[in-house]
Design a protein around this ligand. Structure first.
Ligand code: SF4
Ligand code: SF4
Length: 56
């Protein structure tokens, strides 16, 4: 299980700053979560202004 960022992402970067394990990186103007690194803490979903990160 891991979180995944949907196409609703507006690339604000807030989630990357919040992730405790550094699983979120910018890639081609979007932010993506490395599923192997994500520990399912939910912080990215809490901080996202558009609700883009979702638990898979
Ligand atoms: Fe990082 Fe937690 Fe979001 Fe996973 S759920 S990407 S560990 S902030
Ligand atoms: Fe995208 Fe939300 Fe992360 Fe901002 S906080 S970069 S909108 S997923």
């Amino acid at each position: 299980m891991a979180y995944k960022i949907s196409d609703d992402c507006i690339a604000c970067g807030a989630c990357a700053d919040e992730c405790p394990v550094g699983a979120i990186k910018e890639a081609d103007g979007k932010y993506v979560i490395d599923a192997d690194t994500c520990i399912d803490c939910g912080s990215c979903e809490s901080v996202c202004p558009v609700g883009a990160p979702k638990a898979e």
